[in-house]
Every structure is written in structure tokens, then in C-alpha cells.
Write a protein that binds this ligand. Structure first.
Ligand SMILES: Nc1nc2c(ncn2[C@@H]2O[C@H](COP(=O)(O)OP(=O)(O)OP(=O)(O)O)[C@@H](O)[C@H]2O)c(=O)[nH]1
Ligand SMILES: [Mg+2]
Length: 318
């Protein structure tokens, strides 16, 4: 299924129930008020991956309030509607103005308030209108409202690097994720999420020179980098000039979105099994000197390197 990070949706809160006119014993008005309509809520769900579970051809509705009853009975309130959304979901109205956002698991945000119930004839007692026993008012009718939902994935680390650097392999190794891995470029088309204890990792499609101009898979993923705290920058030992590759990726990131190079970054030198240990150690030193950042090397076949990487992710995100 295609990753869905943007949808248009029609939502509606429940209508208020009508009040009623009713004549009780001794010709006394006893018609109850209508019930209040259900509210429309959004509920944050950490386990939702995208907006794909929401059908756009549906109008999502909260339940209407019921009519009032005889004997001064107020109608039942309509049930609220809770629409589960992934994190973070940002909601815009049809003028493009931001209405609200949902950023926390289980967070409940009111999107549309249910309609007020109408008045039954009993409620007019004591007023001039009481004489007119037929007096009642309708419940408040709620409109269908158009929204745009935009998903902006939240994460602690985003995985960034050239295609084929081993990003998805490492994501799968560290987390419960099951991202596709293959020995060719642009295997990952959509962002892939995984959790390492309480740390969220987000594996992004590989980037190349010119991505900012639409080459490769383009920059559609950029909105999913905004809410990440750190960059995990992958450079594979398969490259002859690793520092050069690193620098051109940084230049590319700057073109894509200036904010990307201002985020705190750790550097992961991947596929360390491709070189000797001496080359590996030298390269770590070179990168540390050049960048002044935390640098680790990693190989999928070296368990101790995976443990080291885990440690670095945890200490960085603290
Ligand atoms: N030798 C070696 N190969 C690896 C290692 N990690 C991953 N690979 C291989 O490298 C290839 C690419 O791995 P992916 O995890 O798909 O790379 P990616 O960075 O996610 O690639 P894109 O999704 O295309 O950006 C696969 O054939 C992996 O099996 C490693 O530590 N050592
Ligand atoms: Mg991948």
C-alpha cells in the first residue's frame, strides 16, 4: 500500500436533537430538550504508520443527539467520534489555515464540537411563551467541514545517506522494523519507522546530488525531517573518498533544507566489514578530526559494532 501522508477529509460533529412539544397530565407542557450532538475528536496513535487507514470517500461523523421525550426527559447525547491519527498529524481548514495538531500518543484533540440540543416546551415554563404549549426549538444542525490532514513524522533520529549505504539494514537490525533491503539504489521509497526502546528512528529514501532539484526520489520526504531531533548520517566504506562523499551530501542537505544541516548529527560509517581494521580506525579518526562529531563504524556482521551504535544513539538522545 502506498504511503499516505496527506489527505482531504470531510468531518461532521453530531447535530443537537430537537426539543419536543408534549402535553402531560393537567394540560401541563412536559416536552424535554433535545440531546447534545457528539463531538468529533482526533486521537493520537503512535502505532499508526500513516493516514492510509482513513477513507477519503467517507464523511466521518459523530452521532446526533436524540429528540427530547415526554415527562421532561432530555434526549440522549450523541456518541463522540474518535478518529485515530498518526504522529504528528497537522490539520488545516479549507483556507489553508492551521487548525490544530496531534503530537502525542493517546492525545485527544477536539476538532468539532457537537450541536446544542433544542428546547422542549417544558423548558419554556415561567416565560411568556409558556402559554403557547406548542413551542419547541430544533437542535443545532452541524455542517460538514472540509479539512486537510498532513502527516509530519516525528522521530529522534533520521537516517540520511546515499542509496545503498545500508540504512534500512541497520534500521531492521536495531528495531522491530521490516524495511525492504536490496543490493541496488533507491530500495526505500517511503519513510520507514522503527523503535529502539524509547527512541524513534526514521529511515528515509536515499539522497543523491541533485535531489533538491528533483533528481532521484526528490524532496517529498522533507516534511518528515522537520520534527526529528538528530541526523544519523551514513557513509559506506564502499566509497573511495568517504570524506568527499560526506561533504557533498552535506552540501546537498543544505540545498534541500537549511535546517537539515543545523540539526545535531552523528556519523555512521557503514559496511566496515568491507575494509581492514586499520583502515576502519584511521577513517574514524579522520572523520572525527574533520567534523568534530561523534563517529561510529558499523557492520551488520559485527555484533559489537551494533552494540556500540545502540549506545551512541541512546547517549545522544538523552
Ligand atoms: N557488506 C555489507 N553489506 C551490507 C551491510 N549492510 C547492508 N549491506 C548490504 O547493502 C545493500 C543495501 O542495503 P540497504 O539497507 O537496502 O541500503 P539503504 O541505504 O537502505 O539503500 P536505499 O534504500 O536504496 O537508500 C544490501 O545488499 C545489504 O545487504 C554491511 O554491514 N556490510
Ligand atoms: Mg533503504
Amino acid at each position: 500500500m502506498k504511503f499516505k501522508d496527506s489527505i482531504r477529509l470531510e468531518c461532521k460533529a453530531g447535530d443537537g436533537g430537537d426539543g419536543i412539544a408534549s402535553m402531560g397530565p393537567f394540560r401541563k407542557s412536559d416536552g424535554g430538550d433535545g440531546g447534545v450532538g457528539g463531538n468529533f475528536y482526533l486521537r493520537g496513535s503512535r502505532s499508526r504508520y500513516d493516514l492510509g487507514h482513513i477513507r477519503q470517500d467517507n464523511i466521518y461523523k459523530a452521532e446526533n443527539g436524540e429528540r427530547g421525550g415526554k415527562n421532561q426527559l432530555t434526549g440522549a447525547g450523541g456518541d463522540h467520534y474518535y478518529l485515530d491519527v498518526p504522529l504528528a498529524t497537522v490539520v488545516y481548514n479549507d483556507l489553508g489555515e492551521k487548525v490544530t495538531e496531534v503530537t502525542e500518543d493517546e492525545e485527544i484533540v477536539l476538532l468539532l464540537k457537537g450541536g446544542r440540543g433544542g428546547r422542549g416546551n417544558y423548558s419554556f415554563r415561567g416565560s411568556k411563551e409558556y402559554g403557547n404549549w406548542e413551542k419547541w426549538t430544533p437542535g443545532e444542525k452541524m455542517p460538514v467541514t472540509q479539512f486537510k490532514f498532513e502527516l509530519e513524522l516525528q522521530s529522534d533520529f533520521i537516517f540520511i545517506g546515499y542509496p545503498n549505504a545500508g540504512k534500512s539494514t541497520i534500521l531492521n537490525e536495531l528495531t522491530n522494523a521490516n524495511a525492504k533491503v536490496a543490493p541496488y539504489e533507491f530500495t526505500t521509497i517511503d519513510p520507514q519507522k522503527g523503535r529502539l526502546d524509547d527512541i524513534t528512528l526514521l529511515d528515509l529514501p536515499g539522497l543523491i546530488e541533485g535531489t533538491f532539484e528533483g533528481k532521484g526520489l526528490g524532496t517529498g520526504f522533507v516534511k518528515h525531517t522537520k520534527r526529528s531531533k538528530f541526523v544519523a548520517h551514513f557513509v559506506s566504506f564502499e566509497n573511495e573518498d568517504m570524506i568527499g562523499k560526506y561533504k557533498s551530501m552535506r552540501a546537498e542537505l543544505k540545498n534541500i533544507d537549511e535546517e537539515l544541516i543545523n540539526k545535531p548529527e552523528i556519523i555512521i560509517l557503514s559496511k566496515s566489514d568491507e575494509v581492514s581494521e586499520n583502515i576502519e580506525k584511521d577513517m574514524i579518526k579522520k572523520f572525527e578530526k574533520e567534523t568534530n562529531r561523534d563517529v561510529v563504524s558499523v557492520s551488520i556482521i559485527k555484533e559489537d559494532s551494533i552494540q556500540k551504535l545502540k549506545k551512541l544513539l541512546k547517549s545522544t538522545s538523552k
